[in-house]
Design a protein around this ligand. Structure first.
Ligand code: PHE
Length: 358
């Protein structure tokens, strides 16, 4: 029996020396494995007489159980030690104050676009969106600016590969292509409604509802300094009907400026200008009579009566339909409203600047 006690003692001591679970499993093999000491003893019984086999077998089994118990105890101890070490390493101080998530806010130009949409929305204007990669046709030709027209040189932009006259090939230089895109859709929609409803006599009687839309969005030109960015924003406005005049443009735009700047202390000036797609054309300047900008004429938009060729490209008869368009710069409006003097601040992504508009 002495030899058995020795094996159990040896095993216990060896298990204590194992410091990792892998170590321990290796040590276990030396006692309980295929050629471990206990297994060898079992094999050794083969030569014993039957009576001795019984007692010897029972004794070996007891030793084996003692070793297995020691092994399990050590396994638990090692697992526990490992857990303790992990907890130590990942210690959390739950009494520390929590980290706060900074409060976000809309970009100042987004705030301006929201204001523009709300104000024109209240005057019955729809809001339309269109592609930033445009075709030559929508950006220039349909707007009465054929190839080789000198006005194109003021709109130097970024071209993409593989475009054709009608397939997208350039980054739009203004939101004016939306005049054509939206009007064509509008006319189509109306035609379908009239044709699909033969008894619509009284409803439409062949009279198309007016086109009244704004189209805000990103635009691009090869330009970069304190007041020009290669990417900037524009918002197009278009009102076409059978009886829409420059007088309506003046009324609508004055109303818009007064709402936007929250001031009745401003006047508008229409300064003669030229755009291929409007005739006559005018720059719209505003002047405040009080406040930090008082007395200066500030240019805020290009505008004009939609050119007959453009009306025709919308799918309408210029003898019957007439209207006005304008294009303003939301970036510039934002600068004026908040007194910002460098356009680049809007696109630097500096939180210290942006967080002031929350
Ligand atoms: N698209 C013109 C520009 O970018 C502005 C404009 C729009 C002028 C609509 C007249 C009518 O300069």
């Amino acid at each position: 029996m002495n030899d058995l006690q020795t094996v159990v003692d040896d095993a216990r001591a060896a298990f204590e020396l194992a410091t990792t679970p892998a170590d321990l499993e290796n040590t276990k093999a030396q006692y309980l494995g295929k050629s471990g000491r206990i297994t060898e003893m079992m094999k050794g019984m083969a030569t014993l007489p039957v009576e001795q086999k019984k007692t010897r077998g029972a004794a070996i089994n007891l030793a084996k159980q003692a070793i297995e118990a020691a092994l399990n105890a050590r396994r638990l101890a090692l697992a526990d030690a490992e857990l303790q070490a992990q907890l130590q390493a990942e210690a959390l101080d739950v009494s520390l104050p929590g980290r706060q998530r900074g409060q976000g806010g809309l970009h100042p130009v987004s705030l301006t676009l929201e204001r523009i949409e709300a104000i024109f929305g209240s005057m019955g204007f729809e809001v339309a969106q269109g592609p930033e990669i445009e075709s030559d046709w929508f950006n220039f030709t349909a707007l009465n600016t054929p190839e080789d027209h000198p006005a194109r040189s003021m709109h130097d932009t970024f071209y993409v590969e593989g475009g054709t006259e009608t397939a997208p090939n350039l980054l739009r230089t203004h939101t004016s292509p939306m005049q054509i895109r939206h009007a064509v859709q509008h006319v189509k929609r109306h035609r379908r409604q009239v044709e699909g409803n033969a008894t619509a006599e009284g409803l439409f009687a062949g009279v198309m509802p007016e086109i009244r839309v704004i189209a805000p969005g990103r635009t691009y030109r090869v330009d970069s300094d304190a007041t020009h960015s290669p990417m900037f924003h524009q918002c197009e406005g278009l009102w076409v009907g059978e009886n829409v005049s420059f007088k309506d443009l003046k009324f609508v735009f004055t109303d818009f400026c007064r709402s936007f700047f929250e001031s009745n202390d401003l006047v508008l000036r229409f300064r003669p200008s030229f755009f291929p797609f409007t005739e006559p054309s005018a720059e719209i300047d505003i002047q405040f009579s009080s406040g930090p900008l008082a007395g200066n004429w500030l240019e805020v938009a290009g505008s004009g009566q939609v050119h007959p060729n453009v009306i025709r490209n919308m799918g309408l008869d210029p003898e019957r339909y007439i209207g006005f368009a304008f294009g303003m710069g939301p970036d510039r409006l934002t600068m004026l409203r908040y007194g910002v003097n460098d356009l680049r601040l809007f696109f630097d992504g500096d939180i210290r600047f942006l967080s002031q508009f929350r």
